[in-house]
Design a protein. Structure first.
Length: 152
């Protein structure tokens, strides 16, 4: 049994959370607001520093991106991300000490898109393997064009 104040708070909190997610998803899909260079791997190195700076029980990272890395080193729109190529990219990042330490971080991705379903699944497969190498947890239900569930 919940007190009326707590019940009202929970109802309002869930409404605001759902509203925020709706606005975020619309913003990501708005072509006029699209960012054309996306250095996701670099951003994850920044995330590493943030998580190391704050000692928290739960570590959650929400990435609002198309997940198409577009940097000096990699252009996922042009890459054929086969298992061999994915291994090659991750190995190169590891050799150059650019794999961030995200152990214990739970990752949610919203806004992920690609030109076609084959490219989408290639990119998704890359990020699953990359996050695993980083020590992060990115599960299938938490990666997509829409954030279906956010239980943090």
């Amino acid at each position: 049994f919940q007190k009326p104040e707590k019940k009202l708070f929970n109802k309002r909190f869930h409404f605001l959370k759902d509203s925020l997610l709706t606005v975020a998803e619309k913003t990501i899909k708005d072509y006029h607001r699209k960012i054309f260079k996306t250095e996701i791997m670099g951003a994850l190195q920044t995330a590493e520093r943030v998580f190391m700076s704050y000692d928290q029980h739960r570590k959650v990272l929400v990435i609002m991106s198309d997940m198409l890395e577009d940097s000096k080193l990699y252009r996922f729109t042009k890459e054929n991300l086969t298992d061999t190529r994915i291994t090659s990219i991750i190995s190169a990042e590891e050799e150059n000490k650019r794999i961030p330490d995200l152990k214990g971080v739970k990752v949610y991705v919203t806004g992920a898109i690609a030109g076609n379903s084959q490219k989408y699944f290639q990119v998704r497969n890359f990020w699953y393997k990359y996050m695993e190498k980083c020590g992060a947890v990115l599960s299938h239900e938490n990666y997509g064009s829409n954030l279906i569930r956010f239980d943090e």
